[in-house]
Structure formats: C-alpha cells, structure tokens
Design a protein around this ligand. Structure first.
Ligand code: CAA
Ligand code: NDP
Length: 285
C-alpha cells in the first residue's frame, strides 16, 4: 500500500518525535492534539531538534525548512480524511484510545491504516473498537524517537499481512529497524523493561539504596546508558504506572504489582521530567 500522508495524534514527547521522523523521511504529516497550545509545544520540540541538526552540520537550513513545510498543525480530527496512515500517541489509557479509534474509523478513508504507539495495551482490543480490525496494528516507537532505532510492530489477532508489510516498509523508510511480536500485555519491550524499573522503585521504597545509588549501580555495573530511575523519569512515571497496571491486570500475576511509591508519586503529580519532578528535580522546560 502506498503511504503518502500521515497523521500523528498526540503532540507529546512521543507524538512530536514520530511526526519529526516521518516528515524527515519525506511524508506529509499532520501533527494533531486537542488544543493548539499542545500542538505548538510539539512543533517547538521538532524545531529545536532540527535546529540542533543544523548546528551540528548534519542538515542545511533549506533541508530543515523542507521538513517543516511537510508538517501541518491540526486540531481537527476531520483531517484524518486526507491520510493513508494514522499513528496514535495519546495517553496510555484504553478508554481514551478506543474512543479515539471509533472516531478515526469514521473519518479515515477506507484504505487507511490505524496504528497505535501504545506501550502495553492490547492491540486486539483497540482494533475491536473499529469496523476495520484487519487495518489496525501496533507501531511502538522508543523514546527519544529521533535517536532510538527500534520499532516494535505488534500484530493484533486480525491484522492483515498486507498491513503488517506496509508498516514494516514505513518503519524502514524512517530508518528504523522493525521487529515483529504478537499481542500480549507489554509486548516484549515493556514486559522486560518495566518490571526492572518497578523493582528499582521497590528498592528505593524499601530503603535499600537512594535513587542515585540504584542508577549508578545499573549504569556502571551493567553499562545501561541511563539508570532505571532516570529512565523512569524520562519515560514519564504516569506511563510507567499505566504499563505496570496493564501487565498486572493482563497476566493476573502479582509479580507485576506496581510499587506503592510509584502510585504515590503519580498521585502527587510527580510525573518525572515532563512535570519537572520525579525521582529527580528538573528545570521547567
Ligand atoms: C516506555 C516504552 O514504551 C518504550 C521506551 O521508549 S523505553 C525507553 C527506551 N529508551 C532508552 O532506554 C533510552 C536510554 N538512554 C539513552 O539511550 C541515552 O541516554 C540517550 C540517547 C537518551 C542520550 O544519550 P547520551 O549520550 O546520554 O546524551 P547525548 O550525548 O546528549 O545524546 C546523544 C544523542 O542523542 C540525541 N538526543 C538526546 N536526547 C534527545 C531527545 N530527547 N530528542 C532528540 N534527540 C536526542 C542528542 O542530540 C545526541 O545526538 P548526536 O549523537 O547525533 O549528537
Ligand atoms: N514516554 C515513553 O517513553 C513512551 C510512550 N509510549 C506511548 O506513547 C503514548 C504517548 O506517550 P507520551 O508521548 O510519553 O505522553 P505525553 O503525556 O507526553 O503526551 C500525550 C499527548 O497526547 C495528548 N492527548 C491526550 N488525550 C488525547 C486525545 N484524546 N486526543 C488527542 N490528544 C490527546 C496529551 O494532551 P494533554 O496534555 O491534554 O493530556 C499529550 O499532548 C502512550 O500510549 C505511551 O504509552 C510509547 C513508547 C515510549
């Protein structure tokens, strides 16, 4: 299937990165969010990233301008009418995602693929909210999107082979490496990563070590680029909690119970880097 125009829904840290790499690969892109100020925030992140590329001599001002010309801000879901592929990157909540997919199913042309960047939620259940489950698929990018090479592609129960092949080809065009997995809670990436992060939070909760000590051990001892608590702050503590809840509920196994300290921080509005405070303090951006 020929993909030319892409809509990315949710202009947060993931959506803005996805829109950037799609525009850089030559696609026409709508970056959509509920309010203009959110889209503007996402567009500013893209501007900043591209300017850094120009400063480093990896892109000319003209190339940067051409990428930005391919990006259009959107607050009207009706723009989905003009798209061949829609990539959803809104909050990790099943109700929000299924409501959105129901609407997209009405607006998007019949041939359009509806992809979700969900970190953990069942693609099959998201697909069931539409009348085109064969055209629904998981396209899971990693954070920060412009840097990380992986796209975990998740086949729902009814995802068509042609749809899988198209998303694999799009991922390669974005200079990413696609890896196929089946639809189980947390897929592979977060089934393995998130229990490690949760365990790191338990270690702090139980007073075994400070966040700094936990992170230093994993960085210097295991060669991880970021310690698990820095990474949790980077991902967003709300997203980490929602992923643990999906694993806990989906497998019905207490080994996935979210740490009470994680719940407490999220309830306090300590969401990590994006809110200015999590396990560490950050300057407001
Ligand atoms: C939750 C989920 O569902 C799935 C997930 O995404 S889990 C999270 C997966 N991601 C990770 O595990 C990231 C782990 N961390 C890292 O790999 C590294 O710390 C990092 C790439 C983020 C930063 O690397 P670093 O060497 O410490 O910092 P730094 O030198 O500043 O950056 C390296 C490069 O990344 C770029 N970069 C860093 N952060 C960036 C961002 N937020 N957006 C765009 N580019 C960024 C820098 O510009 C730099 O680019 P060049 O090499 O081209 O100059
Ligand atoms: N953070 C990460 O490391 C990764 C996250 N993901 C997944 O990507 C998705 C987005 O995460 P992330 O970018 O971190 O989250 P953010 O909180 O940074 O961004 C989410 C954005 O979506 C907007 N939004 C919420 N509901 C709607 C809606 N109904 N329609 C349009 N926009 C909406 C939010 O607006 P508002 O501010 O008003 O809520 C916000 O701008 C989640 O499913 C997450 O699990 C996947 C890989 C990695």
């Amino acid at each position: 299937m020929n993909i030319q125009t892409i809509m990315v829904i949710g202009a947060g840290q993931m959506g803005s990165g996805i829109a950037q790499v799609c525009a850089m690969a030559g696609y026409s892109v709508y970056l959509h969010d509920l309010k203009e100020e959110f889209v503007e925030k996402g567009m500013n992140i893209v501007h900043k990233n591209l300017s850094r590329q120009v400063e480093k001599g990896r892109m000319t001002e003209e190339e940067k301008g051409a990428v930005l010309d391919r990006l259009t801000a959107s607050t009207e879901l009706k723009n989905a009418e003009k798209c061949d592929l829609i990539i959803e990157a809104v909050v990790e909540n099943m109700e929000v995602k299924t409501n959105l997919f129901k609407i997209l199913d009405e607006f998007a042309p019949e041939h359009a693929i509806l992809a979700s960047n969900t970190s953990s939620l069942p693609i099959t259940e998201i697909a069931a909210a539409t009348k085109r489950p064969e055209k629904v698929i998981g396209m899971h990018f990693m954070n920060p999107v412009p840097v990380m090479k992986l796209v975990e592609i998740i086949r729902g129960l009814q995802t068509a082979d042609e749809v899988y092949e198209t998303i694999e080809a799009v991922s390669r065009k974005l200079s990413k490496v696609p890896v196929e997995v089946n639809d189980f809670p947390g897929f592979i990436s977060n089934r393995i990563l998130m229990p490690m992060i949760n365990e790191a939070i338990f270690a702090v909760y139980e007073g075994v070590a400070t966040p700094e000590a936990v992170d230093e051990i994993m960085k210097l001892g295991m060669n991880h680029p970021m310690g698990p608590l820095t990474l949790a702050d980077f991902i967003g503590l709300d997203t980490c909690l929602y992923i643990m809840e999906t694993l806990h509920e989906g497998f019905g196994d207490d080994k996935y119970r979210p740490c009470p300290l994680l719940r407490k921080y999220v309830k306090a509005g300590w969401l990590g880097k994006k809110s200015g405070k999590g396990f560490y303090d950050y300057q407001a951006n």
